[in-house]
Design a protein around this ligand. Structure first.
Ligand code: ZN
Length: 233
């Protein structure tokens, strides 16, 4: 049975809809979301409703936390803070409450799921080097731990030189970002995974970037947030 892992949607409805369509086309019914459903983009309410209807599990990301608890907004970059304030104003009280109680960690289908790192999921550390990744393997029990947060899809094995996900090793897999990819590829990113065979497939989906960028500008959000979507950074 295959599962889909999505992360860092960031209120980008066009990207989320394109990814969900690709997931449906792949015949996959179980979806996990690693968090940052909101922040940065113009459509927090629609994204939140889609994610909570479609996903078997949803985690808390740092932008979800900032929207739910404005006291924690200071850790975000300036444009992120502006977007968090905008997003909070466009969510109902009930939706904000939903974000506030999202879990930091889930285990299902033989996988661990966190937004940032398994050692301290609420410290919002960046898992962006082999050395940092190595220290994380003792903090989860399953063979595979899915992470998001950096917006850069990656596979980090428990040993250098293991380049493909296959049985016999353990892996941290970054699913990349649906709504704000940062690997210079503007297409929405997500992961398909078969927990029985350890078959991992990174997927990229084109979506109407121009439409999202227009909505960002129309919402009065910082212009930089529209520009970076086209560059994928
Ligand atoms: Zn994010």
């Amino acid at each position: 049975m295959k599962i889909a892992v999505i992360s860092d949607i960031h209120s980008n409805l066009e990207a989320l809809e394109a990814v969900l369509a690709a997931i449906d086309e792949a015949g996959v019914e179980v979806i996990f979301c690693l968090g940052d459903v909101v922040g940065y983009g113009p459509d927090p309410a629609a994204c939140l409703e889609l994610v909570r209807t479609r996903c078997a599990g949803v985690l808390l990301g740092n932008h979800d936390e900032a929207v739910a608890h404005p006291g924690s907004m200071d850790a975000l970059p300036k444009d992120g803070r502006a977007a968090a304030r905008h997003n909070r104003a466009h969510l109902s009280e009930e939706q904000v409450e939903y974000l506030a109680f999202l879990p930091l960690r889930l285990e299902a289908h033989g996988c661990t799921f966190v937004h940032a790192t398994p050692d301290a999921p609420d410290a919002w550390r960046r898992l962006d080097s082999f050395r940092i990744a190595q220290a994380q393997f003792e903090h989860f029990e399953t063979d595979v731990c899915f992470v998001g947060h950096t917006h850069i899809p990656a596979v980090m094995a428990d040993r250098l030189g293991v380049l493909n996900v296959r049985p016999g090793h353990r892996y941290l897999i970054n699913a990349g970002s649906v709504g704000q990819p940062r690997d210079h590829n503007p297409r929405a990113s997500f992961a398909l995974f078969d927990p029985e065979t350890l078959t991992y497939e990174p997927v990229r989906v084109p979506y109407n970037v121009e439409r999202t960028a227009k909505k960002i500008r129309a919402a009065g959000l910082p212009n930089s947030l529209a520009g970076r979507l086209k560059e994928g950074q």
